[in-house]
Structure formats: structure tokens, C-alpha cells
Design a protein. Structure first.
Length: 84
């Protein structure tokens, strides 16, 4: 499974998105607001799930973190950069 698909599955599982499949999530689409429509509570849950699953450090309330969490693709890039 690709990293992007792993992240999509993590989003579905950690946020209990019952009617959503990996194929329903566009890797380039916004996760919050217009795109997938996640909110700030979802952001906290997703942040914890990402930290636990990929063992990465996430700075709370930073502009960089907001950019990392824009889309599945940006999250995948962030996780890859943390694995070096």
C-alpha cells in the first residue's frame, strides 16, 4: 500500500468515516473546509493518529503544521521528510 493510501485509510479509520473509501479521497484535495470537510476536532484526532502510526513529531498550532495537514499529498510529503 502506498503511503498516500495508508494515510487515507488512517483518516477513514481514526475519524470513523463509515461511508468513505480510499478512492473517495482525492490526495490533492483539501482535508478541511471545502474538500473532505474535516473540522478542528478531526484535526486533533488525525494529528494523534499520524503521530502514533508514523512516529513523527507534529508542532501544535504552527503555520507549517497547517500546511502539512492541507491534503493527503502534503501529509505524505511531511511523513516522508520525518523518516530521514
Amino acid at each position: 500500500m502506498s503511503l498516500e493510501n495508508e494515510i487515507k485509510q488512517l483518516i477513514i479509520d481514526s475519524l470513523d468515516l463509515e461511508d468513505v473509501t480510499i478512492d473517495d479521497i482525492d490526495a490533492e484535495a483539501a482535508l478541511f473546509g471545502e474538500g473532505l470537510g474535516l473540522d478542528s476536532i478531526d484535526a486533533l484526532e488525525l494529528g494523534l493518529a499520524i503521530k502514533k502510526q508514523f512516529d513523527v513529531k507534529i508542532e501544535a498550532n504552527s503555520e507549517a503544521t497547517k500546511l502539512h495537514f492541507y491534503s493527503v499529498a502534503s501529509l505524505a510529503s511531511f511523513v516522508k521528510s520525518q523518516r530521514v
